[in-house]
Design a protein around this ligand. Structure first.
Ligand code: MN
Length: 202
């Protein structure tokens, strides 16, 4: 059975950028609902229960038809939020050296990268996420995906992600997604992004 991960910080740790009430509801209600739905979806599939949620998404195309959609939606919700909490931290970090080098090569500068990523988040219509990913050829990309779709299902490893579902920001920012994404840059756990990059490229 899948369960909620331990949070490494308090709900109010990311104030004033991400407010405590949004963090608590996002984690204990929305994330929990994805966990519950994933557990329900695979309750009759012991072989799937033996896999990690990431493995389910990587193998999404091979899922039995009866569980493919719930694994895509609820499994994506589980994995994406597990990742999201790890990608956040207090303390106004800066991008690490390897990532900075990679962003400069791909986008010209860290500022230009932030601009492109922000635009992907702001221009995404409806619910979804903006992603920075790296593929097996070590190509990095920025794009958005709808709903809880995961880049893992298309062979890409997430390095950074921002949740642009309204549940991620509506209590504090209402319809002002640009203010929420601007706040996100203040709470990115760049050390974790650097670790993920190192694991992906070896
Ligand atoms: Mn969310």
């Amino acid at each position: 059975m899948f369960s909620l991960p331990q949070l490494n910080y308090q709900f109010n740790a990311l104030e004033p950028w991400f407010d405590a009430q949004t963090m608590e509801i996002h984690y204990s209600k929305h994330h929990q609902a994805y966990v519950d739905k994933l557990n329900a979806a695979i309750q009759d599939y012991p072989d799937l229960q033996a896999k990690t949620a990431e493995e389910l998404l990587i193998d999404l195309a091979k899922m039995p038809e009866a569980v493919k959609t719930p694994v895509r939606n609820a499994g994506g919700g589980v994995v994406n939020h597990n990742l999201f909490w790890q990608l956040l931290a207090a303390g106004e970090q800066q991008p690490g050296p390897r990532l900075t080098e990679l962003l400069k090569a791909a986008f010209g500068s860290t500022d230009k990268f932030k601009e492109v990523f922000t635009n992907a988040a702001l221009n995404h219509f409806g619910s979804g996420w903006a992603w920075l990913t790296i593929d097996p050829a070590k190509k990095i990309e920025i794009f958005s995906l709808p709903n809880q779709d995961s880049p893992l299902s298309s062979g890409k490893t997430p390095l950074l992600a921002v949740d642009v579902w309204e549940h991620a920001y509506y209590l504090k920012y209402q319809n002002r997604r640009p203010e929420y994404v601007a706040a996100f840059w203040h709470v990115v756990n760049w050390a974790e992004v650097e670790n993920r990059l190192a694991r992906a490229v070896g």
